[in-house]
Design a protein around this ligand. Structure first.
Ligand SMILES: O=C[C@H](O)COP(=O)(O)O
Length: 246
């Protein structure tokens, strides 16, 4: 059975003072049986890691190379050195803003795993693809192209995030989430066997305290990748609690 993971992606939000929210979360009663991850902006990783207690800290992207002339980029080793143990890769905002494709995400995932980071590989369809009825085809191709061979349940997490649900308040129906997660799980098991069965599968896109419990009740949903609602401990705490109770 996959471990439960509540992951927060702060995206391009937060300066030093925002670490008070992380401290509030870390100093509260974190439930047993759930791993908690916060991915702040890279500028905060080191300071966040010092204050995170039992909460893991992650980056939001890394370069596929270990070093070199890549101005503005960070290697997986650098994230690890700063205190990260996870990194989000292939988020739809990276795919859209920086033209990242599945081959780029796969190379970054290999680099992250080589550096000892857990890769959170993101996939998801656009609204046009959903309306065209190609969701399963699209996410299946992204999964096949973005996740490298030989992954383990310990070094990889997959996050299904419908692009149209991110930051919009729109959420797929529970049946739609189940359909995609069941298909992804079947693909992962077919390709990776036991590792594919135990690898955490997260849902992401407008997860809030008010809808978390019903989403966590869906088959093959092992947690969430949360954007806006991870910025405040008062919102993320109840989501973590809902996951623990699921
Ligand atoms: O990485 C997180 C996702 O993009 C979800 O963001 P959201 O919870 O603000 O919709």
């Amino acid at each position: 059975m996959a471990r439960k993971l509540a992951a927060g992606n702060w995206k391009m939000n937060g300066t030093g003072e925002h670490l008070a929210e992380l401290e509030n979360l870390a100093q509260g009663d974190l439930p047993e049986g759930v791993d908690v991850l916060i991915c702040p902006p890279a500028t905060l990783i080191s300071r966040a890691a010092d204050r995170a207690g039992d909460i893991a800290i992650g980056g939001q992207d890394c370069h596929a190379k270990t070093s070199g002339a890549h101005t503005g980029d960070l290697s997986a080793d650098m994230l690890r050195d700063a205190g990260a143990t996870y990194v989000i890769l292939g988020h739809s905002e990276r795919r859209a803003d920086h033209g990242e494709g599945d081959a780029d995400v796969r190379a970054k995932t290999e680099a992250a795993q080589a550096a000892g980071l857990v890769a959170v590989v993101c996939i998801g369809e656009t609204l046009e693809e959903r309306e065209a009825g190609t969701t399963l085809e699209v996410v299946g191709a992204q999964l096949a192209g973005s996740v490298p061979d030989g992954v383990t349940a310990e070094n990889t997490v997959v996050a299904y995030e419908p692009v149209w649900a991110i930051g919009t308040g729109k959420v797929p129906t529970l049946d739609q989430i189940a359909e995609v997660h069941d298909a992804l799980r079947a693909d992962l098991v077919a390709r990776f066997g036991a590792a594919g069965k135990d690898l955490p599968l997260l849902y992401g896109g407008s997860v809030k305290p008010g809808n978390a419990a019903e989403i966590f009740g869906v088959s093959n949903v092992d947690g969430a990748l949360v954007g806006g609602a991870s910025l405040k401990a008062a919102d993320f705490g109840p989501i973590i609690a809902a996951l623990a109770a699921s």
